[in-house]
Design a protein around this ligand. Sequence first.
Ligand SMILES: CC(C)(COP(=O)(O)OP(=O)(O)OC[C@H]1O[C@@H](n2cnc3c(N)ncnc32)[C@H](O)[C@@H]1OP(=O)(O)O)[C@@H](O)C(=O)NCCC(=O)NCCS
Length: 199
Amino acid sequence: MGLLRKIAADAFELARALRSERSDEAAGARPSTKDAVRAALTQDGYKVLLMSRVRETARRWHVPGVNHALRLVTTVLYSIEIGNDIELGEGINFTHTLGTVIGGTSKVGSRVKFMGNNTIGTAKDNGCPVIEDDVVIGCGARVLGPIRIGRGAFIGANAVVLTDVPPGAIATGIPAKVHERGNGAAGAAKSGTSTNGAD
Ligand SMILES: CC(C)(COP(=O)(O)OP(=O)(O)OC[C@H]1O[C@@H](n2cnc3c(N)ncnc32)[C@H](O)[C@@H]1OP(=O)(O)O)[C@@H](O)C(=O)NCCC(=O)NCCS
């Protein structure tokens, strides 16, 4: 997919995610171009994603300096570090960018939501996680090692996840254990302030 198509898809996915967090009747509606533009302009996480897309393209085309410079910009402006070999799906939502590191060869699916201060990477130089689509990663959580976080799973705040998490499951604690969803999970998934740069 070309750079422009990717950054447009990111904006629409992000707008869709923001809409789904609303409780009114417009929540389920398809985002308009205006919604996508608004999401792109107001969300810090979108700017991080945009710069990551430009970095990917610059690396692919061997444009010198761009990858390094933009990596530095995202680190300085948003306190987030995304490595060179990371695969990022569409519309990833960095609710809060501060303190997040995604390293090594981690793969992050589409619409994954990072609530802030997260680490995704190797546990002891033994490989990196694969995070499937629609996972939510609570604030302060670490996901480490060659593990797979199944689609739609929820990683609780401050969890340290060292083993696979099945699709749709919730993992909490250190080391994280999988447990059944309580009544609070859906609400928690919607919390965590959907807006960031707009605040
Ligand atoms: C994990 C989470 C989604 C709750 O999931 P849930 O299935 O609805 O959990 P419940 O509230 O029903 O609690 C179930 C059990 O897990 C425990 N628990 C909940 N969250 C926990 C966490 N982060 N770490 C450890 N234990 C946790 C509860 O104390 C409860 O324990 P008990 O059965 O011994 O009483 C939520 O607590 C969480 O961590 N959300 C992330 C929020 C976040 O990152 N916000 C960012 C704001 S910027």
